[in-house]
Write a protein that binds this ligand. Sequence first.
Ligand SMILES: [Zn+2]
Ligand SMILES: [Zn+2]
Length: 154
Amino acid sequence: MIKINVLQLERQELDISGTEGHAFLEIEDTELVQFKDNVSYQLHASLVNRGVLVAGSVKTAIHCVCGRCVKEFKQTVENASVCRYYEDVTEPELDITEDIREEMLISIPINYLCDENCQGLCPQCGVDLNKKKCKCHEKKTGSDAWTALDSLKL
Ligand SMILES: [Zn+2]
Ligand SMILES: [Zn+2]
């Protein structure tokens, strides 16, 4: 649970930081992505026009499989622009757990790449093109490959 003591906030601005276990995210692992790491957050809360302003960052690391070369890798995911405003807060304590979870979830990518320039696997022989070049790749560039496909259709 991530809570802000609003009464305390009336006297001074607050820094709220901590970690939550991966269960905090409430998402299931898949074959392509697993959540094993803690979620850590660093937030700053202040009173603005009688409302509570919360800003800061939240991050975790995901274990995923590259969509091009199927290598497993770990990737840090961070949302450094968390910003929430709560109008007319009347409770002595403000629970921001759900919102911080949401701020984390929206930062998790839909596609995973070990590297933006990952060359992937050769669609014909399956060689990892990041490690070595195969012969099919050298000879058949773009148009040749399509010509080959066309002749297959006939
Ligand atoms: Zn890759
Ligand atoms: Zn190949």
